[in-house]
Design a protein around this ligand. Sequence first.
Ligand code: SF4
Length: 414
Amino acid sequence: MNKINYQLALDKIIEENQKQQKVPSLLMHSCCAPCSSYCLTYLAQYFRITIFYYNPNISPETEYKKRVKEQIRLIQSLDVKYPISFVEGTYEPEKFYEMAKGLEEVKEGGIRCFACYKMRQREAAYYAKEHGFDYFTTTLSVSPHKNAQKLNEIGLWLQEEVGVAYLVSDFKKKGGYLQSIELSKKYDLYRQDYCGCEFSKRQRERERIAKEKDSQKEQKCIANVSDCPKEQECIAMEKNSQKGEGMTTEVWDIYDEEGQRTGDTMVRGIPAKGQYMLCVHVYLYTPDKLFLLQKRSKNKISHPGEWDVTCGAVLHNEESIEAAKRETLEEIGIDLSDSVLQYAGRIKKEKRFIDIYFVQKDFSLDDCTLQKEEVEDVCLVSAEQLLNTQETDRLREEHYMRLLKKAIQDVLDS
Ligand code: SF4
């Protein structure tokens, strides 16, 4: 079934209201200050918003109170066009536990969550109806852990049941999640590391312990940690291949320290001392100068769940420009065969060279077909947000950042 782009639908509603010079009232259900930060700065230009804080799912009560406090502090700190009000719903965890009975072990993102979305959205819908709001909505779609299609289906269904308009949204689509991270830093907001209920808290704890164990195992194999998200997978593959397990046919050319092919090849792994391999980084951007970031699958061995650009190794007898096109098609389903790729330069690192490409393409996130085992999500971000991600989250070195800043400036000036 085709997914609906709810961000486009929201754009149209805003445009229509603006044409009619209307500033409608909006009851916005919020789960926490960080998630609401982007939604508020974005929508308070077009709506008179009241935040409705109804979250009986949050446990323990101290955590609930902490989130309420942060929500109020954020509202008071924001400098927005139309003032924002705040209403707290009833904290009634027993209702959540009643709803979640039998679903305690369901993983986050499953049917327990759908029921949880519905419970909170329904309360917001009835409050909006009783108090004469033009629309109701929720901030939940900003989170990459939340199912935007489901949230909107539920909202539209409640619109019929209750008789108040639901404002559709997919706040992730315009880089809302990354912006919420930046706004959280700006306003020094408390950011919890679990969704809200005790089941999600336990799940996060289990994941944290498993990740720690994995990383301890990996640290034993790797003398120095690399910034290459694929290097640890290469090590794992090399080991499997030595054991005869999971043999890979990916073959690379070996390069010398000047970046010239030596004529020798190697099976995917880590180049021997004095040898180098070649990989590519692809910076894809729209005519509006928004850059694509892709989120690595949470099942990846290294850097799971991190945001990055498309990257990969250049294969035997392949030119790096061909690899850039191939990786982009494989990982996110965007065909660059007719596009002009701009070569931004080459970076030399220990054991590898990186060729960096920039390419403009008129596309939307809906055009992306994600290779699920590699990529979990995609978003479009501004140049500033892209630089921030590469510098702060991916910890690129100074010479990489210098080259990147220059190339991005060229894009912005073009
Ligand atoms: S994980 Fe989050 S959305 Fe799912 S049931 Fe728990 S609190 Fe609700």
